[in-house]
Design a protein around this ligand. Structure first.
Ligand code: FAD
Length: 436
């Protein structure tokens, strides 16, 4: 049977387009699968906050969720179905669930294998310890707008109670712990309501936002800051948002105390005694706005208190021309070593007590291996730091001791999670295993 030539004229281009589309889909699927596998091998499988669970039977594979995700590349299509391929990078925007045309996505906390502890809170954000409140991501919900809203509402509840509670000499109405979005909103609310308060943060201004990668586009819906009014941003750079908040700080006279870590909160009669790394406070109430990112884990070695020791890489350019030691074997450590080694004139060593970087992504392991081979990073596996001095670090490698000339130390040894702090304070939580 002869084929109509006109049919070929139309059918062939269509066939070519279809074949191209199938090929592209296969390539994307392979890339998404590789990312998922890489994260599984590195143990990066548990999202920190609210995240999507996709019902494959309902998923059409239309990719609306992938396009809607502001963080990009968190979800991918594998064999025509949406999959959470970068679980630990999900920050809980929830835009994927809204965009899904078939309601195939549910937003949950925790997973079947690993539960997430969510503190039990009243609608006024009070914990199971009367007088201690929680606002922001520590309460379970991520996102800047939620943190601001909760900080604002929690301080309103605290202000309603403060007037009816006995005070006394040197007793604050409230101590606000943490100066991220929740702590900023709460502190402004405390000024507005004329409460006696102090805000302390173990780090600096802006909380987790201050540690976003340089130039990160922050997605945030409008939120209302006490005194200031509506903060109208959609997409904004991290730097712009921080500059805006610093302007608010100057305008309102807000004076948080930085580099001051709260280590214990105990009830003492009608008030709380709060111990920090620098001082002690007495307050009628405490607002915990400490997020869920935890506190960097120190090495506990002599000299760690020196100013040259930091626990996060913020600006790689500050290390140009410097001799830098990075400590750790996870992604943060490898990324820090890589980015510092890419700066001109740096001498970089990475020390890890293990014998391989099993907890890091393949992408980082491969890049580090290249830099080691090029002689741009010295790899010190099976080593530990025994002392940090102003111009050197004393290292222990098996039975040998080595003195490493050094200007800066970046320690990326994981974090102490806030759950320990909550447990020690007596605050009860509920463990969520993949539920809302
Ligand atoms: C990579 C990344 C990208 C993100 N992108 C976005 C985005 O685009 N849009 C968005 O809305 N959200 C985003 N998020 C989520 C957002 O950053 C958080 O939800 C938000 O910062 C939570 O605010 P918070 O005030 O509750 O806590 P945090 O911002 O985490 O602040 C907590 C503060 O408490 C301090 N602290 C902790 N423990 C103590 C202690 N014991 N003593 C004293 N101080 C303490 C910390 O130093 C910190 O400053 C992102 C998160 C990450 C990790």
């Amino acid at each position: 049977m002869a084929i109509d030539p006109l049919l070929l004229v139309y059918a062939l281009p269509l066939l070519a387009v279809w074949a191209g589309w199938v090929l592209l889909a296969k390539m994307r699927s392979a890339k998404a699968r590789a990312t998922l596998e890489d994260n599984r091998q590195a143990g990066l499988t548990e999202p920190a906050t609210l995240h999507p669970v996709i019902e494959p039977a309902l998923c059409l594979g239309c990719a609306a969720c992938i396009r809607a995700c502001p963080e990009k590349k968190i979800l991918g299509l594998i064999d025509g179905k949406a999959v959470l391929i970068e679980p630990t990078s999900c920050v809980g925007h929830g835009a994927c669930a809204t965009a899904c045309p078939t309601d195939a996505i549910t937003l949950v906390f925790g997973s079947a294998t690993r539960g997430v502890d969510i503190p039990l809170l009243t609608p006024e954000f009070e914990t199971t310890v009367p007088g201690i409140y929680i606002a922001g991501e520590l309460g379970g919900m991520g996102l800047i707008k939620n943190a601001i809203e909760q900080g604002r509402q929690a301080i309103a509840g605290i202000a309603r109670k403060a007037g009816h509670m006995p005070g006394g000499e040197g007793v604050l109405d409230v101590l606000i712990v943490g100066c991220g979005p929740a702590g900023i909103a709460a502190s402004l609310g405390a000024i507005e309501r004329k409460l006696s308060f102090a805000t302390v943060d173990q780090d600096s201004f802006g909380g987790t936002v201050a540690h976003f990668p340089r130039g990160k586009v922050v997605m945030t819906s409008p939120a209302t800051l006490p005194i200031i009014g509506e903060m109208r941003f959609g997409e904004v750079s991290k730097e712009h948002l921080l500059a805006y908040w610093e302007g608010v700080q100057q305008q309102t006279g807000l004076k948080p105390r930085f580099e001051e870590q709260v280590t214990a909160v105990t009830r003492n009669g009608g008030h709380f005694d709060i111990t920090t790394s620098k001082a002690s406070y007495r307050a009628k109430m405490v607002l915990l706005a400490i997020g869920r990112r935890g506190t960097p884990r120190p090495l506990g070695v002599p000299g760690e208190e020196l100013g040259k020791v930091v626990y996060r890489l913020i600006d790689p350019e500050q290390y140009i021309g410097k001799r830098v030691l990075v400590v750790g074997g996870g992604d943060s450590a490898l990324e820090a070593a890589i980015r510092v080694a890419e700066q001109p004139g740096t001498t970089v060593a990475i020390s890890y007590r293990g014998n391989s970087y099993a907890r890091a992504r393949a992408k980082n392991r491969n890049r580090l291996r290249d830099l080691v081979q090029e002689g741009r990073v010295r790899e010190m596996l099976g080593s530990t730091v025994s002392k940090i001095e102003p111009d050197a670090v004393i290292m222990q490698l098996a039975a040998e001791t080595e003195t490493l000339a050094n200007d800066d130390v970046i320690i990326c040894a994981g974090g102490l999670m806030p759950n320990d702090f909550l447990n020690a304070t007596g605050i009860r939580s509920e463990t969520k295993f993949g539920t809302v």
